[in-house]
Design a protein around this ligand. Structure first.
Ligand SMILES: [Zn+2]
Length: 226
């Protein structure tokens, strides 16, 4: 099934063609929530299991439970990777990959859906330049018969627009995309700022005219000497 999303200056296409028994990775964030609800809504005849990788001593996730309640999805979330919950966050990426393999090797799921999107652009978010040490690089492109990343070529504004076009964007009142806090968005981390940027791109981006470009170019770079 084909879905279109994005502003008119950057419309993109995604395809979802899930097998009969799939797993979906859920955090409490916008991306995985949108992916789950599209799969749930448009593929009513498939079997969906929900997975979350444990990262704290208490595996309960009331925020995710609330999102499932709001979307009317009566599936119990399953926690995986229990033996590695206390690995430091610097080892979060290998912890995730190992948990994905565990799901592949120990469940009946034929595919595992992950809501990864493009990393934030370093020109707008210099604090989170993916070239700096310690920031895990997401794969490009995922090519695997089990792990599916249908959003990995999308920007944050495409995620917001997917929910809008499919009439469930009110769910963003219940998702938390914060990298720091699990229950109240901090407003300043990468996840929080990226979401704000996404809404801003959809609703307020005016673009730049040649005259504005030229003014800025001369003011910023006019003394360069050539
Ligand atoms: Zn935050």
């Amino acid at each position: 099934m084909e879905f279109r999303t994005g502003p008119e200056w950057d419309e993109r296409i995604i395809h979802l063609n899930p097998k009969e028994k799939i797993g979906v990775l859920v955090s409490s964030g916008a991306d995985s929530t949108v992916l789950l609800n599209l799969l749930w809504t448009y593929f009513p005849n498939i079997e969906i299991r929900l997975f979350n990788v444990q990262t704290s001593e208490d595996p309960r996730k009331p925020l995710i439970e609330n999102i499932l309640y709001e979307l009317d999805i009566p599936i119990q979330m399953e926690v995986v990777g229990q033996s590695r919950w206390n690995w430091p966050m610097t080892a979060h990426y290998p912890r995730l990959c190992l948990a994905f393999q565990e799901i592949r090797d120990t469940t009946n799921c034929e595919e595992l859906y992950c809501g990864n999107i493009l990393p934030p652009h370093p020109q707008w978010f210099p604090r989170w330049n993916p070239e700096q040490r310690g920031i895990a690089k997401r794969p490009w492109l995922t090519n695997d018969s089990f792990l599916k990343n249908p959003f990995e070529h999308l920007e944050k504004y495409h995620i917001i627009d997917l929910a809008r076009r499919n009439n469930f964007d009110s769910i963003f009142n219940h998702t938390i995309s914060c990298n720091i806090s699990a229950d109240t968005a901090c407003g300043d981390c990468m996840g929080c700022r990226e979401l704000e940027w996404g809404f801003d791109q959809l609703d307020h981006e005016q673009g730049t005219s040649l005259d504005e470009m030229t003014k800025e170019a001369v003011m910023k770079y006019g003394d360069i000497g050539w």
